[in-house]
Design a protein around this ligand. Structure first.
Ligand SMILES: CC(C)(COP(=O)(O)OP(=O)(O)OC[C@H]1O[C@@H](n2cnc3c(N)ncnc32)[C@H](O)[C@@H]1OP(=O)(O)O)[C@@H](O)C(=O)NCCC(=O)NCCS
Length: 396
């Protein structure tokens, strides 16, 4: 049994988060990912948080299981090397400002000439078309322009940024699915493709049910903080020692919720008998519940909710997350050896199959770690040629 994407080679000239996260997922799935970095390295190598040895945690989080080559693509020879590598690759990923790859002579049209079957994926803030196409973007820009920020935060308060970089990650996931779909098509029809991924499209796609209110009645949704807009009770509550969330909105869940809280009188209260009534009367409902929730610890409530079969969860910080028995049981914390960091903690691989093996996890490459291996092994360059290119600062 081999890894799902064994035999697929990905040429990854992307950096920061959206591209590297996508190519890391492909690497986790078994693809051979060649990360191309400029002589100064992916800029995130200098971004905090730092390990005591000076390595960037940001970079480590996004680049495991890849091979690294340093290649100056602005040098004419560097461009040629890139095109040679593209010729021997199945997928290419870039996430520069639209126009950069054309300037460098490594855009889809140029690569297609040497490899007509390439699957070439561009990730940008807004896509290669439209009035914003030339705008640069990072996660908060996308969360702002895509509407996510407008529906996050407390009622009456300012908008809030979602703590996880969903603006970037939306682009990564759309790129990942598009690449996998294109690999399948290429398998059947023998044709490559150009994928134009926009982080903004990914974010708007994620609005999903939040867009429903606007589509249904033309009103932009408000911010609901820790409450669900259309389901009551569905809220995160303050407890004696923290916070816990519980959703109990269906017909049989609501009475159970009331019983767990010792609020049986609410079951048949005419103000709260149906979800629609509870949504309408939420201002009366929640204060009653909140008064009870603060009387016990989160753990005590969690035990009771589990016994009642209700969907609930204690709000955990990341220390608690990475010590959680379920997360550990699923292998979502991995510890691997890194040449300078030592024991390196990594988020585990979420892709799990019965009929294929996960790949052994390797640490992210040191800058230029596999330059020689790639030039020798994939392009067949000899030592003299590589050392000449090194002297001319084409590779490093
Ligand atoms: C992330 C972003 C804001 C950064 O902007 P930026 O730092 O100005 O970088 P650009 O993409 O415009 O340009 C990259 C430069 O690096 C150069 N470069 C990159 N890799 C190189 C290499 N291996 N060798 C030589 N030069 C290289 C490019 O040639 C370009 O230089 P140029 O403008 O002189 O041609 C922008 O790239 C962007 O909006 N990308 C799309 C959205 C995105 O992915 N955002 C990040 C989300 S995590």
């Amino acid at each position: 049994m081999s890894a799902k994407l064994e035999g697929v080679r990905v040429l990854d000239i992307s950096r920061v988060l959206s591209g590297p996260y996508c190519s890391m997922a492909l690497a986790d799935l078994g693809a051979e990912v060649i990360k191309v970095e400029p002589p100064e390295g992916d800029e995130t190598r200098t971004w905090p948080p730092f390990y005591p040895c000076g390595e960037s945690g940001y970079y480590q989080a996004l680049n495991r299981n890849k091979k690294g080559i340093v290649l100056n693509m602005k040098h004419p020879q560097g461009k040629d090397v890139l095109l040679e590598l593209a010729q021997k690759s199945d997928v290419m990923i870039e996430n520069f400002t639209p126009g950069v790859v054309t300037r460098l002579g490594i855009d889809y049209e140029s690569v297609k000439k040497v490899n007509p079957k390439i699957i070439y994926c561009s990730i940008s803030g807004f896509g290669q078309t439209g009035p914003y196409r030339k705008k640069k973007a990072y996660d908060p820009v996308i969360q702002a322009l895509g509407g996510g920020m407008s529906v996050t935060g407390f009622r009456g308060g300012p908008p809030a940024k979602i703590g996880i970089p969903v603006g970037d990650l939306g682009g990564s996931f759309i790129a990942l699915s598009s690449i996998l779909a294109s690999l399948y098509t290429r398998e059947r029809q023998g044709i490559g493709d150009y994928i134009d991924t926009a982080m903004l499209d990914g974010h708007v796609f994620m609005l999903s049910v939040m867009a429903a209110q606007y589509f249904a009645d033309g009103k932009a949704p408000e911010r609901w903080g820790l409450e669900h807009p259309w389901r009551v009770p569905s809220k995160t509550y303050r407890t004696k020692d923290g916070y816990i969330t519980c959703t109990a909105t269906s017909g049989n869940q609501y009475p159970l919720f009331c019983k767990v809280l010792g609020l049986e009188e609410l079951i048949d209260d005419p103000r709260f008998k149906t979800n629609a009534l509870r949504v309408k009367n939420r201002e009366q409902f929640y204060p009653i519940v909140e008064k009870v929730m603060v009387t016990k610890t989160s753990e005590a409530w969690e035990t009771r909710f589990i016994e009642a079969g209700l969907p609930s969860g204690i709000v955990k910080n990341l220390d608690q997350v990475f010590n959680d028995p379920q997360i550990l049981d699923r292998g979502m914390l991995q510890i691997i050896d890194h040449p300078t960091i030592g024991k390196l903690k990594m988020i585990g691989v979420p892709f799990k199959f019965m009929n294929s093996q996960p790949k052994k996890m390797n640490p992210p490459p040191m800058l230029g770690e596999h330059t020689d291996e790639i030039l020798h092994g994939i392009l067949g360059y000899n030592d003299a040629k590589i050392s000449r290119m090194r002297q001319e600062k084409v590779v490093a």
